[in-house]
Design a protein around this ligand. Structure first.
Ligand SMILES: CC(C)(COP(=O)(O)OP(=O)(O)OC[C@H]1O[C@@H](n2cnc3c(N)ncnc32)[C@H](O)[C@@H]1OP(=O)(O)O)[C@@H](O)C(=O)NCCC(=O)NCCS
Length: 173
């Protein structure tokens, strides 16, 4: 298993943004539940990505990137601020993704453990997330200490006639 090097809030150079957008596009086209329905291209993903990254560039959210030994982006996620002073002790875990060529090799587990460390270093006490029902991904999070705390039936309309539950999970860190 190759080494991963995790960086919280790396400098968002144009090259890094391009790579993150490419990974987001590849993950989406491989069927990942990260906000898009395939097929998408980088131009589809870029506006959402740039809005998201702007919030990480000294803003309220944080970006965590796992680089492979060649310095390429292997996996990444964001920790999203709720905007509420009453909820400043936790963050949303957003856009959790491992490049398809690396999936199923333990990278995702390492990414989430790195997120725990990063969140602790930021003084946070919990991470919350939502999962698209019907993907099975809740088992991935459960294996890493997340507990299902709620479910909104049919809240996600993937396509007409294909409504999925939104599963709400959290972990105290
Ligand atoms: C979900 C994802 C982050 C998991 O990362 P990964 O590197 O493939 O997962 P790992 O190899 O670290 O797997 C860790 C464990 O979770 C399990 N697991 C991983 N993906 C799973 C899934 N989709 N459903 C059920 N279990 C899963 C693995 O079997 C493994 O179990 P084990 O410890 O008993 O062997 C990755 O597959 C991905 O990027 N998927 C597409 C994007 C996406 O859907 N993100 C989730 C948004 S909520």
């Amino acid at each position: 298993m190759s080494q991963l090097h995790f960086v919280t809030d790396p400098e968002l150079t144009p090259e890094l943004v391009d790579e993150l957008v490419e990974v987001w596009t590849d993950v989406s086209n491989a069927g990942g539940a990260v906000g898009f329905v395939p097929p998408v291209n980088t131009a589809d993903v870029r506006p959402t990505a740039e809005r998201s990254f702007a919030r990480c560039d000294g803003g309220p959210d944080h970006l965590l990137v796992g680089f492979d030994p060649d310095g390429r982006v292997a996996c990444w996620l964001m920790m999203g601020d709720t905007g509420s002073p009453l909820r400043s002790h936790w963050r949303w875990l957003l856009r959790v993704m491992v490049h398809p060529k690396h999936q199923g090799q333990g990278y995702g587990a390492r990414l989430l453990r790195a997120a725990d460390d990063a969140a602790r270093a930021l003084g946070l006490e919990a991470l919350h997330l939502t999962v698209r029902g019907g993907t099975g991904t809740e088992r991935f999070y459960a294996g890493l200490g997340y507990t299902e705390v709620g479910r909104a039936p049919g809240a996600i309309r993937v396509a007409p006639g294909d409504d999925r539950d939104e599963i709400y999970m959290m972990k105290r860190i």
